[in-house]
Design a protein around this ligand. Structure first.
Ligand SMILES: [Ca+2]
Ligand SMILES: [Ca+2]
Ligand SMILES: [Ca+2]
Length: 232
C-alpha cells in the first residue's frame, strides 16, 4: 500500500472513532434543572459521614401511561423531583402536583414498580444519612392514587405496606418475585450502621475475606440485606 493511501485510511479511522455515541441535552432543551447539591461544613462532611457522596438516585418509567418514559430524581439535601415526558425531549416538573417531593431527609436509590398491581407504576425511595433518630431513616413508598389530567398523584404508604424499614441505612432496592408466588417481593441493600473510624482500621494488613453467607455478612456490616415478602 502506498504511503499516501495509508495516511488517508488512518485519518478515516480516527474520524470514525471521533463520532460521539451520545448527544448531551442541555437544561434549556429538556427543562430538567434538577441538581443534587451537597455542601460540606464542620458537622456534615465525608470525614464524619463516609457515604456522603454515594449519591441520590434516578428512576425512569412511564408513570402516567401515555407511552413516554418519565424521570424521577431523589435528592440528598433538597426536594425530590418528578419530570413528566412531554415528547421531543421536553419535560415538565410536576413534583408538587404529584406529591412526591419527599420528607426532607437524605434520599438514596429509587426503584419503580407496580407494587400493588393496579396497572399504575409506584415509586420506592431509599433513605440513609447521619441521623440518630431511626424515623428519619425510613424509606418512602409512593403508591399512585390515579392519574388526574395526565399527572400521576401519589400517597406515601411505606409503613402501611411494611416497607418503611426504620433505622436501616438503605442504598437501593429492587422488586422481584423471589418466591415465585405471583406477588412482588423486595430486596433491600443497606450499608453499615456503624461508622468507619481510624480505630476500626487494622494496624497491619489482613487477608481479605469474602462473605459467604448472610450471617457472615451481617456480622460484618451490622445491617444485613433484607427481603420483604409482600402480601397483596
Ligand atoms: Ca409518561
Ligand atoms: Ca400501582
Ligand atoms: Ca413473591
Amino acid at each position: 500500500m502506498r504511503p499516501a493511501l495509508i495516511i488517508i485510511v488512518c485519518l478515516s479511522a480516527v474520524r470514525m472513532h471521533a463520532q460521539p455515541l451520545f448527544t448531551r441535552m442541555s437544561e434549556k432543551q429538556t427543562g430538567i434543572s434538577f441538581l443534587n447539591k451537597i455542601e460540606e461544613d464542620d458537622s456534615l462532611n465525608v470525614m464524619r459521614y463516609e457515604y456522603l457522596y454515594n449519591g441520590g438516585g434516578v428512576g425512569i418509567a412511564d408513570l402516567n401511561n401515555d407511552g413516554l418514559d418519565d424521570i424521577f430524581f431523589s435528592s440528598n439535601t433538597g426536594s425530590c423531583k418528578l419530570y413528566l415526558n412531554k415528547g421531543n425531549f421536553r419535560f415538565e416538573d410536576v413534583t408538587r402536583l404529584a406529591h412526591v417531593g419527599g420528607n426532607g431527609t437524605w434520599c438514596t436509590g429509587v426503584s419503580m414498580a407496580d407494587v400493588n398491581g393496579d396497572g399504575l407504576m409506584d415509586i420506592y425511595v431509599c433513605h440513609s444519612g447521619k441521623y440518630d433518630d431511626p424515623i428519619k431513616l425510613c424509606n418512602e413508598l409512593y403508591i399512585c392514587q390515579g392519574i388526574k389530567e395526565g399527572i400521576p398523584v401519589y400517597k406515601e404508604m411505606a409503613k402501611e405496606y411494611g416497607l418503611d424499614a426504620p433505622g436501616t441505612q438503605s442504598t437501593q432496592a429492587v422488586f422481584f418475585d423471589y418466591d415465585k408466588d405471583g406477588d412482588l417481593d423486595l430486596f433491600l441493600l443497606n450499608h453499615p450502621t456503624t461508622p468507619i473510624t481510624l480505630i476500626s482500621i487494622p494496624a497491619r494488613p489482613v487477608r481479605r475475606r469474602i462473605c459467604t453467607s448472610e450471617t457472615a455478612c451481617s456480622a460484618r456490616t451490622g445491617t444485613p440485606p433484607a427481603i420483604f415478602n409482600l402480601q397483596t
